[in-house]
Design a protein. Structure first.
Length: 115
């Protein structure tokens, strides 16, 4: 069975990011011993969460990243929000277009959830 999952966030509301990170933690916890990929794709104003200014959520996300969570940020959204690569959290990757990345992941068999 394929347990690969893509969580999508496009809101800059802190409560939505909190929910996404809680879902990621619960997903990891719920699949002990299973192989899976877990990805958060952020686009639109959501990319503003993943800057070095937001250390509170970085402290929550870092252990999840250590357990395999990948965070992908949309390059278009970063440019729209004047965020440079130097401003984002360590361990985040930048993709050219967030929505294209979501479609690519779905084609690879990832389940998709948008809170």
């Amino acid at each position: 069975m394929n347990y690969d999952l893509c969580l999508h966030i496009d809101s800059n509301e802190p409560a939505i990011l909190k929910l996404v990170l809680k879902n990621a933690a619960n997903y990891i916890k719920g699949l002990p011993g299973q192989r899976f990929q877990l990805v958060v794709v952020a686009n639109g104003p959501a990319v503003t969460h993943f800057t070095r200014k937001n250390e509170e959520f970085r402290a929550v996300a870092a252990p999840l990243q250590d357990q395999g969570l990948r965070i992908l940020l949309c390059a278009n959204a970063l440019a729209d929000n004047s965020i440079s690569h130097d401003d984002i959290w360590p361990g985040c990757d930048v993709v050219p277009a967030g929505l294209v990345e979501i479609v690519r992941l779905q084609r690879e068999g990832f389940a998709y959830i948008k809170p």
